[in-house]
Design a protein around this ligand. Sequence first.
Ligand code: C2O
Ligand code: CU
Ligand code: CU
Length: 503
Amino acid sequence: MVSRRGFLTGFAVTSLAVVAGCSPGRDGSAGSATGGSAAGATRPLPIPPLAASTIDAAGVRVFDVEAQAGTTEMLAGKHTATWGFNGSVLGPTLRARRGEAVRCRVRNSLPEPTTVHWHGMHVPARSDGGPHQMIAPGAEWTAEWTVAQQAGTLWYHPHPHGVTEKHVYRGLSGLFLVDDDEADALGLPGEYGVDDIPLVIQDRRFTPDGALDESAPTDVGLLGDTIVTNGIAGAHLEVRTERIRLRMLNGSSGRIYTLGFSDDRVFQLVATDGGLMPKAVPLNRIQLSPGERAEIVVTVRAGEPVTLRSTPVVERDGIDRAAEFGFDDSFDILSLRPASTLRPAAEVPATLVPMTALAAATTAPDHAFELKWFMINNQRMDMNRVDLTIPVESTQVWTVRNNDNWPHNFHVHDVQYQVLAVDGAAPPPELSGWKDTIYTAPGVTYTLAMHFADYTDPAIPYMYHCHLLLHEDRGMMGQFLVLGPGERPAPMDMSGSPHGRHG
Ligand code: C2O
Ligand code: CU
Ligand code: CU
């Protein structure tokens, strides 16, 4: 068997190939294959505001989030009807420290039911915001938990079964940053919006009058020909420090990005989905499939613009119709414009946050998942069916294999996992940190280890699913309960589901 490990989700510096067809322009920007070039008239990158919060008498940090409709100038000069949290598009950045108790009050001011899920967060099932916690129009829902995980870049988005893609496409996504002392001590760029930049990367298609075009999804969902970063097309960022941290989220429906800089400079990958890595990884490309995050630190030179861009997907063995799935596309994502003098910044420490292996790579798997078409293990999602029960405080080893000629990925709620092996071998360095979503290339087996702690619920399940949102909506999702010792599944609580209460 030929190993496909050479080109997994990132590229070691030594294995860089120059990407054909993209010759850097004078300012380093790429001509864009299908999208608008960031080289022309650009607008300053909007920075989602930090969410206001209050501390109640019990010391709980309280956030108020409202899903609402509005209008956004995603394209300069055009007014697009969009949905957002506490605004017309995207949402404020929620921020809390490890150990802090948080409460999020979510009001739905949209004309249809939705949910808000805290992607990557370890939360009780009733606060997870999955398809069982529907919020009716005009209603409010409250999620509560204590932040019990390391610093990282998480996000929140709707999860109503069958229409998640539409709700996210219209603009509902926000970041949730977790802070802790360990991360603070590393001296990474950390001034929000100045040298610590949130970057929500999404692709959109517009009708001639500037409306979001929700027609004609491909088999990987709605693919756009225009990139919007933090809600706008054609963004640039004035840089005033020698190093900046980019917290990048692929918030797209089905597009896979291969992110790097126009001059192929090396950057440091410092965090993946679940937070800081054991060691910074030097790379010049990082692949992000929908739902994945990467925090990178890049060094800029005074007065020398450089462009963050996405280039064609390299790892495509076994993918049928790669061009139709956007694998050949290139886009400018963000132009960086460093000032003529830059504030000095500390180097990225070589070691970041230690991680202890949860299990040996050779551990026999507790569960195996096969991804194909809109199914996991030959079944489509059923809101009334529990697919798995997991004993609380257990460490589980799961294998995932994409047995299809489509791209898929795999996301698990409630936990962060470690990638123990890829086709039986050690994972590439960019998969050496905590993950909650992993790209699954056809024919490759990924071995994941995760620990289910703290929360049990006999009636409310968590989800695992493909995070290509059309696939998730069409049923590529399963449900699991985490049970306490001796606890048995109870009749599923369907009160918050769109299908009403089942007895
Ligand atoms: Cu980001 Cu179940 O989702
Ligand atoms: Cu999630
Ligand atoms: Cu999929």
